[in-house]
Design a protein around this ligand. Structure first.
Ligand code: SF4
Length: 318
């Protein structure tokens, strides 16, 4: 691991200002992804700004009937919160489908959104990877790509975003709250938060240098039957091949976001008008423009069948 300097931030505004002041600085909270990346020298921050002491670890009601989730709320605490379980069951189930109990005890809401891909070539410094070393190439294209994305990809990168939580937040229309280095706040709809790779796969979010996530807000509850179904190679502690986060209303309308198939949580609002017409029609609209490899072409059918199972479960529960 490369040497780095360290400080504890005193306030969110201080943290954001410090991150802009020191070139190569990174925030650290749970560290469940960043520390691994530092040990492998995939990330080599010159300076770490510890934000664990900031008062961003509460879940509060908002004036419009929603919830404000502090950036430092641990995944375990968020999944167990009575209001989340009652009104945003999709989020609680997605969180519990992710990682392991020990990791969820450490991992934070903001860190979960910012976690990096688990593409094996990204972690293997002997392999070319445009995300790790821009311009070096992509070992996954033409390589082992069974886990990789089928929509939203580019010629530069076909990695998936690994978060389960983010899939639920996308279906729930969450908003990411930040503070910028000049002290001004910003609200970013979750739909706009993660970027597609294009020619710059190393830039994964719309956050500016030094911009700190302070909270995630949820709109007031929308009801419906909320389901998170994750298909993976083993029953726990594995990333999704395909996951489906769904909120289905009694009339068959609803919202559906996918994990495991794209560089960001994948939702196409325009496709949702076709949901009452069944899984096949909806999947065709949701995955329009998909580009598969010989190894991950199975994901298209897996999406279709997982959505069909979710719609059937929703009908049973309703
Ligand atoms: Fe790197 Fe993306 Fe290619 Fe994986 S898919 S090797 S992360 S450029």
């Amino acid at each position: 691991m490369k040497a780095f300097t360290y400080e504890r931030a005193q306030s969110p505004a201080d943290a954001a200002a410090a991150a802009q002041r020191v070139p190569g600085a990174r925030f650290i909270a749970g560290g469940t992804n960043l520390l691994d990346l530092m040990k492998l020298e995939i990330e080599t921050p010159a300076h770490l700004i510890d934000v664990n002491g900031l008062a961003l670890d509460t879940i509060e009601a908002t004036d419009d009937g929603g919830l404000k989730i502090g950036a430092l709320v641990r995944n375990t605490d968020l999944a167990a919160d009575a209001r989340i379980r009652r009104d945003y069951g999709l989020l609680s189930r997605a969180l519990l489908a992710g990682a392991s109990g020990q990791l969820r005890n450490r991992a934070t809401t903001a860190g979960n959104l910012l976690q990096r891909t688990r593409c094996p070539y990204f972690y293997d410094t002997n392999q070319p990877c445009n995300k790790r070393l821009p311009g070096s190439g992509c070992a996954a294209i033409g390589g082992f790509s069974r886990q990789h994305a089928i929509v939203g990809t580019s010629e530069a990168c076909i990695a998936t975003h690994p978060s389960d939580m983010a899939v639920a937040l996308r279906a729930l229309d969450a908003v990411v709250q930040t503070i910028r280095p000049d002290g001004t706040p910003r609200s970013i709809p979750i739909a706009d938060f993660h970027r597609l790779p294009g020619n710059t796969p190393q830039i994964e979010t719309v956050l500016a240098a030094g911009e700190l996530i302070t909270a995630v807000t949820l709109p007031k509850p929308v009801g419906g039957t909320q389901i998170y179904r994750k298909v993976r190679d083993r029953a726990s502690y594995a990333f999704a091949l395909v996951s489906v986060g769904a909120i289905i209303q009694p009339d068959g309308s609803g919202r559906v976001a996918l994990g495991g198939v794209a560089p960001k949580p994948w939702r196409v609002e325009a496709a949702e008008a076709s949901l009452p017409r069944g899984a096949k029609v909806f999947t065709d609209a949701l995955l329009a423009g998909a580009r598969t490899t010989a190894q991950n072409a199975f994901k298209r059918l897996l999406v279709d069948r997982t959505i069909a199972a979710v719609l059937a479960e929703a009908e049973d529960k309703a």
